[in-house]
Design a protein around this ligand. Structure first.
Ligand SMILES: O=C(O)[C@H](O)CO
Length: 378
C-alpha cells in the first residue's frame, strides 16, 4: 500500500489493561512510527458492556456524572453519555461486576437499582432515546431493581417491598408497573447486548453467567427459580407479552436486566456492537478508510459471537474494506479469523510470552505490534 494509506482503528478495550481509546492511541503511535504520512482515524468501539460510555464519549457524546446506588446498595459515581436527546446508558457503570471490592461477590443480593436511577437521570437530562448497554453486571435480579427505581412496586405476600437482589424474587407475589415513570412511554429504548440468552433454564442468566458473579451451584439453582417466579408473576400481571419477553433473545443478558428492559421499558433488542457502530458513525468513518484495524483483549471463540471485532469486521467486509486485528491473546485459527472477515491478527503474546508482562506493558507492546502491522499491511 502507498504512504497515503488511510487507516481506521475501530477496536474495543483490552480488558484489564487498556481502554478502547488507549488501544487506538498506541496503535496510532506504532503505525505513525513506520508510516508517518498515513492518515489514521480512531473510532473506539464497545458492545454495550464495560467501556460503552467511554466509547460514546470518545465518539463525541458528553459525559454526565451522577451518584447512584451501586450493586451492593452503597452509593457509586456513574456516568452516562449524552448527545442531543440521545443517551448511552451503560449498566456496568451502576451495577457492574467491576464495582465490587476485590474477592467480593453478592450473587443473591446485588441490585440493578442504580441502573434505573441512571436511566431516570438520563430522562431528567432530556434523553428521549436511550441506548441501554448491558453486560459486565454483578447482578442476577432480572432488572427488578432497575424497574423499582423507575417506579414499579414488587411486593411479597405480606405486601412488603422485596429487598434488593435476585434471591428475594422467589418471594415475589405481586408486581405493579402502573406507577412507572410516565416519561418512559415517550422514550425509545434500545437494548444493546452482546448475548442472546433467555431469562431462565440451562441457557439462562443464572446458569450461564451466575458463576462468574460468584454463585455456587445451589445459588444458581435458587436464582433460576427466583427468576422463573418473577417471570410468572409478571405474566399474571401483564399477560402473554411478559411470557414472550422471558424467552426472547437477550432476556437473560446481564442477569436478566434484558428481560426487565423488554418487559418494563418496551425496549428493542439489538446486538450491542451494531447499535454502537451506528451511534458512533462507523459507516461514514469506514468510507474514508482503506484498512480497518479492529481488536480486543482476547480474540477467541466468544469474539465470533457478537463481540465488537466481529461486528466491525462484518461491517467493513460488507463495504469491501480490508480488516486486520490487534489483541492481547489469540486463540482463533487463521481459518476462523478469515471466516470472521479478519485477514490477520497481531497478538501481544506473539512478541512477549509472559501474559502478566503483556498486561502490565500492554501499551508499549501494542506499539511494537502496530509497527509490524504497518510494515506488513501499509
Ligand atoms: O453481565 C452479564 O451477565 C454478562 O456480561 C452477560 O450479559
Amino acid at each position: 500500500m502507498t504512504e497515503t494509506a488511510r487507516v481506521l482503528i475501530a477496536a474495543d478495550k483490552f480488558k484489564g489493561s487498556l481502554t478502547a481509546a488507549e488501544v487506538a492511541e498506541h496503535v496510532t503511535v506504532g503505525i505513525r512510527a513506520v508510516r508517518p504520512t498515513a492518515v489514521v482515524e480512531s473510532l473506539p468501539v464497545a458492545d454495550g458492556g464495560d467501556g460503552t460510555v467511554d466509547a460514546a464519549v470518545a465518539g463525541g457524546f458528553s459525559p454526565v456524572e451522577v451518584e447512584v446506588t451501586g450493586p451492593l446498595g452503597l452509593p457509586v459515581l456513574a456516568s452516562f453519555a449524552l448527545r442531543g436527546d440521545v443517551a448511552v446508558v451503560e449498566m456496568a457503570q451502576a451495577s457492574g461486576l467491576r464495582l465490587l471490592p476485590p474477592f467480593t461477590f453478592a450473587p443473591m443480593t446485588a441490585t440493578t437499582y442504580g441502573t434505573g436511577e441512571l436511566i431516570a437521570a438520563a430522562l431528567d437530562a432530556g434523553a428521549r432515546t436511550v441506548v441501554l448497554g448491558i453486560g459486565g453486571s454483578a447482578t442476577t435480579d432480572g432488572g427488578a431493581g432497575m424497574l423499582t427505581a423507575l417506579g414499579a412496586h414488587l411486593l411479597d405476600r405480606d405486601g412488603d417491598p422485596l429487598p434488593h437482589g435476585g434471591g428475594p424474587l422467589r418471594e415475589l407475589e405481586t408486581a405493579d408497573l402502573s406507577a412507572l415513570d410516565p416519561r418512559l412511554k415517550d422514550t425509545e429504548f434500545v437494548l444493546a447486548s452482546d448475548v442472546v440468552n433467555p431469562l431462565t433454564g440451562p441457557e439462562g442468566a443464572a446458569a450461564v453467567y451466575g458463576p462468574q458473579k460468584g454463585a455456587d451451584p445451589v445459588e444458581v439453582e435458587a436464582l433460576d427459580a427466583a427468576l422463573a417466579n418473577y417471570a410468572r408473576v409478571l405474566e399474571r400481571t401483564m399477560g402473554s407479552r411478559a411470557a414472550e419477553c422471558a424467552t426472547a433473545p437477550g432476556a437473560g443478558a446481564a442477569g436478566g436486566v434484558g428481560y426487565g428492559a423488554l418487559v418494563g421499558l418496551n425496549a428493542l433488542f439489538r446486538p450491542g456492537i451494531d447499535v454502537l457502530l451506528e451511534v458512533l458513525g462507523f459507516d461514514a468513518a469506514l468510507d474514508r478508510a482503506d484498512l480497518v484495524v479492529t481488536g480486543e483483549g482476547s480474540l477467541d471463540e466468544q469474539t465470533l459471537h457478537g463481540k465488537a471485532p466481529a461486528g466491525v469486521a462484518a461491517g467493513a467486509r460488507a463495504a469491501g474494506k480490508r480488516v486486520v486485528a490487534v489483541c492481547g491473546r489469540l486463540t482463533l485459527t487463521e481459518d476462523a479469523l478469515r471466516g470472521a472477515g479478519i485477514e490477520r491478527a497481531y497478538a501481544l503474546t506473539a512478541i512477549e510470552a509472559d501474559p502478566e508482562v503483556c498486561i502490565a506493558q500492554a501499551g508499549p507492546l501494542l506499539e511494537r505490534v502496530a509497527r509490524q502491522l504497518a510494515e506488513e499491511q501499509l
